[in-house]
Write a protein of this length. Structure first.
Length: 678
């Protein structure tokens, strides 16, 4: 029983304990619930406050918030007025992004979609006009996009973008930059050198003109002026108080040897102060007046020279007046507006004056084309005139008969380009016309002389008969002679006369060619050294005098040039033939050399002999036609004149150096083009 009571007692205690525990638990739950409710209310208030603050911040910042649903490919506006319809498709969104910015925007969004980036910042231009018929209205947006993920997902489900409209800011920046560029351009392009310094006197900036005046190292900077204080440079080191700088203007000669400056400069110094009067910048404006000073000095010099020139002009006028009087010249002027022509004694004083209608009576030949054209003076004098004809003594009053005159004139125009007349001179050429008439008679006489020479050439049969008769006579005699030595002598005589006859005929043919059609040269490529050897070998056979030595001087083994070899050999042959005729003791030396002549080369050929020589007074006419210094020596006197014609045709020169009884040296020099020389 006691056990039962004890058990019951224990059961009641346990129940009471359980009841207390339940009560405590309920109280605890109630308290916890109250705490949780308070916290939830506080968080709700905080969230509402944060949401309200965020709404106010978005409103104040004028931002737009868009959410891009990746799966549905739709963009929804959470805040702002960027999308008037609230939601647009991806295709519509792409249409409103500027084509130049679309690729960059899509690249950043794709990186967010693919999980390659969490946040992306980029700019793009947005068309605010949703009416396709109206022109676009572009705004600049700064886009900040964040990828939104769901728990347990590796790829984002959406992209939230905050867009800040920076159109006004960018427009303001552009305007400020344009204004800054305008001021910079004005500063840089100023024709006056300008520079700015800090209060301590060190260079901050200088425009292009100042850099040129100060001989800067480059377009950006200069080591000397950047490292030196302006207060230490002339003239500022003498004129500026660095403790209390004041404005000043000065024109001075500036010498800075370190920068090679030796110029006259006009300089203005101006300290720039703030509202409190403190110096914040130093401004220097400089103008190089060296040229102006030189111009001023030159002007003074010009004034002196002008006064001297005026004196000389008066002297020249006196001399011109004297010249015109003695050369029989007079100026004249036609004035269309006044319908007159004036003849002047000098440049200012009128001698005679006629109307243009009276002008016809002044000319002798009224049928002359120029005289007829003066019926319409404006048309006749509208171009420069050069006319020769006769005028009555009404102008040339000191003569009794019509005089030949030469008229020159040029048209004169006013400032508007309208023809107002003409000015010129006329000159009495009566004496010149007489000289021309005399020249005409002399020309006819010369033609007659030429005809006589042609007749002379045609009648030179007696010159031809002499060697021809010798050839025929000794040829007949050769048949009757049996002695070998006598035959050899007869053959030699026949050969000499044949050679003389051949040269005579060649000279006549060449001379006729020169007179009729002119000498013709046929250049060819030859080795002059070898040709010279061959012609000398042939010419050496003509030296028969035992006391005469034939000397050949050929300095080059090979000389390839382009010349008319046949003509040049004709000249050399003539030189040697003449030397053989007049040389009976000593030597005949023939040679050549190549000379440098400026940028080109020339061929110098000479023939030196120890013959009888040529008197000095005869040397000037030795190259004339038909000149023979010794009538007892065979020849026509044509050879040297032909040589002269050949050499002059080659563009060269020919001459002789001689002394009576001591010999002669005939030479010529022609320009050549050396193809090969050894």
């Amino acid at each position: 029983m006691a056990n039962i009571i004890q058990f019951m007692y224990l059961d009641i205690s346990l129940q009471i304990t359980l009841l207390i525990a339940v009560f405590v638990l309920l109280v605890g739950i109630f308290v916890a619930n109250r705490v949780i409710l308070r916290r939830m209310k506080r968080h709700a208030k905080q969230n509402a406050f944060i949401n309200q603050a965020m709404q106010q911040a978005l409103k104040n910042s004028q931002n737009n918030v868009l959410i891009w649903n990746i799966k549905e490919k739709m963009t929804t506006q959470l805040y702002g007025n960027m999308l008037p319809y609230g939601t647009i498709t991806d295709a519509d969104w792409k249409k409103h992004v500027h084509p130049e910015d679309l690729e960059e925007a899509l690249r950043n969004l794709h990186e967010l979609m693919q999980g390659k980036a969490k946040v992306a910042d980029f700019y793009y231009r947005w068309n605010n006009e949703f009416d396709d018929e109206k022109p676009p209205r572009w705004s600049y947006f700064n886009n900040t996009s964040v990828a939104e993920y769901l728990p347990g997902k590796s790829l984002p489900t959406s992209v939230i973008s905050t867009l800040t409209d920076e159109s006004e800011m960018r427009q303001s920046q552009r305007e400020e930059q344009a204004l800054a560029d305008r001021f910079k351009l004005i500063f840089e392009k100023s024709i006056i050198g300008m520079s700015f310094y800090n209060p301590d006197g060190y260079l901050l900036d200088a425009n292009k003109m100042m850099r040129e005046i100060c001989h800067f190292d480059n377009e950006e900077n200069d080591a000397f002026f950047s490292q030196n204080c302006i207060y230490d440079l002339p003239p500022f080191n003498e004129l500026v108080n660095r403790e209390k700088p004041e404005d000043f203007w000065v024109c001075h000669q500036t010498i800075i040897p370190e920068r090679n400056i030796h110029d006259y400069l006009e300089t203005r110094f101006h300290p720039i102060r703030d509202d409190m009067g403190k110096v914040i910048y130093l401004s220097v404006s400089t103008r190089n007046v060296t040229e102006e000073r030189e111009l001023y000095m030159q002007t003074k010099l010009n004034d002196i020279q002008l006064r001297q020139a005026n004196k000389k002009i008066k002297q020249y006028e006196t001399e011109l007046r004297y010249l015109m009087e003695n050369c029989q010249m007079q100026p004249w002027r036609i004035k269309l507006k006044e319908n007159t022509i004036e003849f002047y004694k000098d440049l200012t004083n009128i001698d005679k004056k006629f109307t243009l209608q009276q002008l016809h009576a002044v000319f002798y030949n009224q049928e002359d084309e120029f005289v007829k054209s003066m019926a319409n003076p404006a048309e006749a004098i509208a171009k420069p005139i050069i006319w020769t004809g006769q005028m009555h003594p009404v102008v040339t009053q000191k003569y009794s008969e019509p005089q030949w005159v030469r008229i020159n004139s040029i048209p004169e125009y006013d400032d508007n380009g309208q023809l107002i007349g003409s000015f010129g001179i006329w000159r009495n050429i009566q004496g010149l016309m007489r000289k021309q008439e005399q020249l005409k008679h002399e020309t006819e006489r010369a033609n007659d002389s030429g005809h006589q020479k042609s007749v002379f050439l045609a009648n030179m049969t007696h010159e031809i008969r002499t060697p021809l008769n010798a050839i025929v006579g000794f040829s007949d005699l050769l048949q009757a002679v049996e002695d070998t030595e006598q035959k050899r002598e007869l053959i030699r005589i026949i050969h000499n006369n044949c050679d003389m006859l051949l040269r005579l005929i060649n000279d006549i043919l060449v001379l006729s060619s020169v007179d009729s059609t002119g000498l013709e040269l046929i250049p060819e490529r030859v080795d002059f050294s070898k040709e010279f050897d061959m012609i000398c070998q042939s010419l050496a056979q003509r030296v028969e005098e035992p006391g005469v030595e034939f000397i050949k001087e050929n300095p080059l083994p090979s000389l390839i040039i382009s010349i008319d070899n046949r003509r040049i050999q004709q000249v050399i042959t003539n030189f040697v033939t003449n030397a053989v005729k007049y040389t009976h003791q000593g030597h005949i030396r023939v040679g050549y050399r190549v000379e440098q002549n400026g940028d080109g080369k020339s061929l110098y050929v000479y023939c030196e002999d120890t013959g009888s020589g040529i008197p000095e007074e005869e040397q000037t006419r030795i190259f004339e036609r038909f000149v023979k210094l010794n009538d007892f020596v065979q020849g026509t006197g044509l050879g040297l004149s032909i040589c002269k014609a050949i050499i002059e045709k080659c563009g060269g020169e020919i001459n002789v150096e001689s002394e009576a009884d001591k010999g002669s040296t005939f030479w010529f020099r022609i320009p050549i083009e050396v193809i090969s020389e050894e």
